[in-house]
Design a protein around this ligand. Structure first.
Ligand code: PLP
Length: 212
């Protein structure tokens, strides 16, 4: 698949420029609002990491696709309501949006706790969700105490400004707190994110085209 090859090539180039290994960056194909017909070419090309931002939509599309491709890893990249935590943990393998105590409490109750990225409010904007940076130390300790595997930090820089300083800040916060994974970078800025240490990039438009 042409778009997939192109994005992978760009990731590999950015990784090498930064002295990193391309295989240390997971490409998450964000398939929200695209149907199974759009997803299949990626599955057939061997791609296995996909992202969705709504629990219901993920259930509708992925129960069948996961039955067909059992080694798919599904990533929840959207804001997650606490009352949907159990449903999310059933269909998703990884959650990128753990950002508050109410959600943490619901996830802590589950027998099998999914790996979670702690989403931080890197641009100090209210609308995107994310934990205030000041609370990271306490929250990180609570997540570990609850037995939830910490996959890393997730961040979305504010729109309309240069993203790189926010990626660098996210990487610095992770380093300071002894956290390894970094979920950062989308279609418009993933090469910068990879150069600044992203271990997971979340890409929709560059793979699937524009959403309705
Ligand atoms: C939709 C979405 C993406 C993908 O965005 P594109 O710009 O289409 O690559 C990445 N991360 C999150 C959290 C999203 O909601």
């Amino acid at each position: 698949m042409k778009e997939l090859d192109q994005v992978k090539e760009n990731i590999a180039r950015a990784a090498k420029r930064a002295g990193r290994k391309p295989e240390d960056v997971t490409l998450i194909a964000v398939s929200k609002r695209h149907d199974a017909d759009a997803i299949r070419p990626l599955l057939e090309a061997g791609h296995r990491d996909f992202g969705e931002n709504r629990v219901q939509e993920a259930q509708d599309k992925w129960h069948a696709l996961k039955a067909e491709y059992p080694d798919v890893r599904l990533h929840m990249v959207g804001q997650l309501q606490s009352n949907k935590a159990a449903d999310a943990a059933e269909i998703f393998d990884v959650i990128h949006s753990l950002d508050r105590t109410s959600l943490l409490k619901e996830l802590a109750k589950l027998e099998t706790k999914p790996a979670c990225y702690i989403q931080i409010d890197i641009g100090e904007e209210d609308q995107k969700g994310g934990l205030p940076i000041k609370q990271l130390e306490d929250f990180h300790a609570k997540v570990k105490d609850a037995g939830i595997p910490v996959a890393g930090l997730m961040a979305m820089p504010p729109q309309g400004v240069e993203a790189s300083p926010f990626f660098a800040l996210t990487a610095e916060l992770a380093r300071r707190h002894g956290i390894d994974g970094l979920s950062m970078g989308m279609s418009s800025d993933y090469e910068e994110a990879v150069m600044l240490g992203a271990t997971a990039v979340r890409i929709g438009t560059a793979l699937f085209g524009a959403r309705d």
